[in-house]
Design a protein around this ligand. Structure first.
Ligand code: SF4
Ligand code: SF4
Length: 450
């Protein structure tokens, strides 16, 4: 159900193979139709930087209406969109089935696809950033060197990264690990608690590129918590879901990934496994975006129906069978950021729900967007905007006086902690100056990880 509404929003299949989809005149007509509705509405003025840019553009035009705005002014509006989906999910009363049929994020996506069709693409250096599997495989071979080179404050390499790939020098970049989650899972089986109430459940944990290469600790915590609860959890990772490519409007590329991953995971589903994605953006792709991009593929549809978000899945266990005993209180409160792509899954605030199963948990919800938006927020031109958009979330996390900052989205969590660094004394209150996935704190509460 849509937040604040009684009607569930509908999203239409994305007609990316129709020539009209990338036709510049047809697109301009649709942009003007939608922007005019937004101009009259303005509910989304504080969600991101796209809407302020749009409204300033109109207000500063000759007539103060869209008719005197040149279409060349639309690009900065599109460029500021992180595809967080918050306008669609939380604000807009005009989303389908409303007759206005307004889907602002997917219109921004269409613009990017149309740019690509016209040959407007990121430079070769920037394009390398979205090759998450290739980068992860290479970086793990020399993880210490890769982490040294990408470290914030490296005066030798970061200016080069900025020049070649447009990565802002102050962005904290994800680290790489010599041992991926797949490698760890292959070499270190976790014993299952077969007496736990949820014994009998079977899960294929879709590692996701981020957890596999950049943060296997999340995957290790998930394996430990699921095993403690009796679940037979296997780690699978055919390839990245393509969210970075979606952000860039590469829809044909995303369609190929959807078909291949759905085919690879079909055997697990047939064998009775639930599919659990470990980051919300990837769960959103599997559940919602892929079926809109390849609507005629039965395996993609079946995968969407079989997929859970990680927090959603553990809460499901808690509600249906009950969680295994053994959790103890955490040392201090938890500021829980509700990641936009978790909210966009229409499943409720599962991160907060999950953490409330930890005894005596003092949970403060941070509902505002972190401002990061995948690979968008690391770019030179976007990082300052990302910090500005994310400042209210960082402030709310700082005001929580919590010992832990949590977000299901590892990039959002990292960005919020970086925003907190700009607030006097905010990170000093944290037990650990980094963000956690909720499952990592549940694993701590069980005493399964340190
Ligand atoms: S999807 Fe997010 S970033 Fe894009 S316009 Fe909507 S609220 Fe703004
Ligand atoms: S996206 Fe919807 S809610 Fe937001 S400004 Fe436009 S019309 Fe209003």
């Amino acid at each position: 159900m849509k937040e604040g509404s009684t009607e569930a929003p509908i999203r239409h299949p994305i007609a990316w193979q129709d020539p009209a989809y990338t036709d510049w005149d047809a697109l301009d007509t649709e942009l003007r139709r939608v922007f005019d509705i937004c101009h009259g509405c303005r509910r989304c003025f504080n969600l991101c930087d796209s809407f302020p840019r749009l409204f300033d553009l109109i207000d500063e035009s000759k007539t103060g209406e869209l008719d005197s705005v040149s279409s060349t002014g639309f690009k900065p509006v599109v460029d500021a969109c992180t595809l967080c989906d918050m306008c669609f999910m939380t604000k807009c009363p005009y989303v389908p089935p409303h007759e206005f049929n307004l889907d602002f994020p997917h219109l921004m996506l269409r613009y990017r696809a149309a740019e690509r069709a016209r040959g407007i693409k990121p430079g070769p250096g920037e394009a390398q950033l979205t090759k998450t599997d290739r980068n992860g495989r290479l970086a793990r071979l020399a993880a210490p060197l890769a982490n040294w080179a990408s470290a914030r404050g490296n005066r030798l390499t970061r200016p080069v990264l900025k020049g070649v790939a447009h990565v802002h020098e102050d962005v904290e970049l994800p680290k790489f690990h010599a041992k991926t989650l797949m490698a760890k899972a292959a070499h270190h089986p976790v014993a299952r608690n077969t007496a736990a109430p949820a014994a009998g459940r079977k899960v294929a944990l879709y590692a996701t590129c981020f957890v596999n290469y950049n943060n296997p600790d999340i995957g290790e915590a998930a394996r430990a918590v699921l095993a403690h609860n009796g679940v037979d959890a296997e780690v699978v990772y055919p390839e990245c879901c393509g969210m970075p490519q979606l952000e860039g409007g590469e829809l044909e590329d995303v369609a190929g990934r959807a078909r291949r991953v759905a085919a690879a995971l079909a055997i697990w589903i047939e064998d009775g496994y639930d599919i659990v994605a470990m980051t919300p953006s990837c769960a959103l792709m599997l559940k919602f975006e892929w079926p809109l991009i390849v609507p005629d593929n039965a395996q993609v549809k079946r995968l969407a129906d079989a997929t859970f978000d990680l927090s959603e899945y553990i809460v499901d266990i808690a509600k249906k069978e009950g969680l295994a005993d053994g959790m103890t209180a955490l040392p201090g409160g938890v500021a829980v950021h509700l990641a936009c792509h978790a909210r966009a899954q229409n499943m409720g605030a599962k991160a907060a729900e999950l953490l409330r199963y930890v005894p005596d948990a003092k949970v403060t919800i941070v509902e505002r967007c972190s401002g990061h938006g995948g690979s968008w927020g690391i770019k030179t031109e976007n990082f300052p905007v990302a910090l500005k958009v994310g400042a209210p979330a960082a402030q709310r996390a700082a005001d929580a006086d919590a010992a832990f900052v949590v977000s299901e989205c590892p990039l959002a969590g990292k960005h919020i902690v970086q925003g907190m660094e700009k607030i006097d004394g905010a990170t000093a209150k944290l037990a650990v100056a980094r963000a956690f996935h909720p499952v990592e704190l549940v694993a701590r509460a069980y005493g399964l990880v340190k």
